[in-house]
Design a protein around this ligand. Structure first.
Ligand SMILES: Cc1cc2nc3c(=O)[nH]c(=O)nc-3n(C[C@H](O)[C@H](O)[C@H](O)COP(=O)(O)OP(=O)(O)OC[C@H]3O[C@@H](n4cnc5c(N)ncnc54)[C@H](O)[C@@H]3O)c2cc1C
Length: 453
């Protein structure tokens, strides 16, 4: 929409054209209400972004996988005519830790019985504790203060004997949360596991969060929603100020001023905290912007003529402590017409990697791919990186996390409306928080609240 046709009022304004904000807007529009979406960037999709490798191969440099029970995402893909296909998983996975390489099938590597037992018990305990914490009100759980006073690293240290088992849980966490285990509140981990259903669901490919991919890339979901909303979506409109007066809200975004009955803010809380609110938000809500910190996750993708690792009997999936990459996946197109190797760098390593010049970053990542998959990995046709912690309008990814004390201090403010201001975004979800599924659930919940108000 160009500047001349910009609106000056709407019944509902949604801030942020990520999946959550767009879903909220769709629900409001479908109820026959007048809605406008204001988006800071010159594109929709937020943490979902398609890039092109080698001039023709689509690569998801943001969110990518559809989990086995991500029913909202599956339905939306179906409605938009976007195909879903399984993550490539044939062949053996690699585990390269402590200078030793092992090939294995499925989620569990072949390790010593003591290590396997420790991992099995830890996962069972985490699931049991997650069930008692739940995803609705973690701050009100029976042992909330105690669990919130401890980090995942401290819990692992106390509860898991084998150092290798502890390291593997830490490595998985770097990609799941984009944060090291020493920065994560245990209560947050349990909330997150509860919202997904189990620890295994977070880390599994088949039957878990990494089961399927979207034909043409995950950004097609927000692009499809935005196309249906048409000129109700305004790009290049960064909201700077939200003022509540009498029975309305005034929203200022660049040169745009909009009056609305209600507003849905669908942003990561740390990014929402940069907006000036008048009157000021309650203290607990203000603290939330500081305590719920975006993780740091960088996706590194190398394009090859073919997925050559498949011929070696490898799936492309690996867990490694070589660094900077800790996890890899085969991210090739559905038909295997080209090879795309995806490497994740998460947590403190993501911040360190970003500090290096581009040539050194690429060399460090490709050296890791080469060690895992052989010399052919050192010569990609193209290479791309997306460092989400560097993105002004995202602040990081894949989601935001509480460190110790955060949930009990300001958790109740996460979804609680402040008069006419409602909150969406995947961070506010109670089902698959942090994921596309959570973004959709949160958007639907915020829209239902606004329609009911
Ligand atoms: C590297 C990475 C990998 C991931 N992998 C997966 C995966 O495999 N599967 C999965 O399900 N999920 C994955 N995720 C998570 C998934 O991408 C997110 O859960 C989801 O996209 C969040 O949507 P959202 O609408 O809540 O937030 P966002 O996508 O962050 O949307 C917020 C929007 O608000 C805009 N904005 C910010 N500030 C303002 C402002 N002041 N005014 C106006 N607009 C503003 C932003 O530009 C953005 O468009 C991943 C994320 C990352 C980063």
């Amino acid at each position: 929409m160009n500047a001349d046709s910009r609106r000056t009022s709407a019944e509902v304004v949604v801030v942020g054209a990520g999946l959550s904000g767009l879903r909220a807007a769709q629900v409001v529009a479908d109820a026959g209400r007048d809605v406008v979406v204001l988006e800071a960037r010159d594109r929709v999709g937020g943490r979902l972004l398609n890039a092109t490798l080698g001039g023709g191969v689509t690569a998801d440099v943001g969110g990518q996988w559809v989990g086995s029970d991500h029913s909202r995402v599956q339905r939306l893909a179906d409605e938009l005519g976007i195909g879903i296909f399984p993550q490539f998983g044939a062949g053996r996975n690699l585990l390269d830790v402590g200078g030793k390489r092992r090939r294995y099938r499925g989620t569990i590597p072949r390790l010593g019985p003591g290590v396997l037992w420790d991992i099995f018990i830890a996962r069972r305990r985490i699931d049991r504790m997650a069930r008692s914490v739940g995803a609705e009100q973690p701050w009100a759980a029976e042992r909330a203060a105690e669990l919130d006073g401890e980090t995942l690293a401290e819990w692992c240290e106390r509860s898991i004997r084998s150092p290798l088992a502890r390291e593997l849980i830490g490595l998985a966490g770097r990609t799941v949360w984009g944060t090291g285990p020493e920065e994560l509140s245990m209560l947050h981990v349990l909330f997150y596991v509860a919202s997904a259903g189990s620890f295994d669901k977070l880390i599994d490919t088949e039957g878990g969060a990494q089961q399927d991919r979207l034909d043409g890339g995950a950004q097609l979901l927000p692009l499809g929603l935005a196309a249906a909303l048409g000129d109700r979506v305004q790009l290049d409109a960064p909201v700077r100020r939200i003022e509540q007066r009498g029975n309305g809200v005034r929203i200022a975004a660049g040169g745009i001023e909009l009056e609305a009955g209600r507003v849905i803010v669908a942003l990561p809380p740390a990014i929402a905290a940069r907006i000036e609110f008048d009157p000021a938000l309650p203290e607990r809500r203000r603290l939330l912007g500081d305590r719920l910190r975006p993780g740091a996750l960088t996706k590194c993708m190398a394009l090859y003529e073919q997925p050559f690792w498949r011929a070696d009997g490898l799936s492309g999936e690996s867990v490694t402590d070589i660094g900077p990459v800790t996890l890899t996946f085969d991210s090739s197109p559905r038909d295997g017409s080209a090879g795309v190797m995806l490497g994740f760098v998460g947590g403190p390593e993501a911040r360190q990697l970003t500090a290096l010049p581009p040539g050194e970053r690429r060399a460090a990542v490709l050296a890791c791919f080469e060690r895992l998959f052989g010399p052919a990995a050192a010569q990609p046709l193209d290479y791309a990186e997306q460092a989400w912690a560097e993105e002004e309008w995202s602040g990081g990814g894949p989601t935001s996390n509480f460190g110790p004390g955060g949930w009990t201090e300001c958790g109740p403010a996460l979804r609680e409306p402040v008069d006419r201001i409602h909150w969406a975004g995947t961070e506010t979800a109670t089902v698959w928080s942090g994921y596309m599924e959570g973004a959709l659930q949160a958007g639907e919940r915020a829209a239902a609240d606004v329609l009911a108000a």
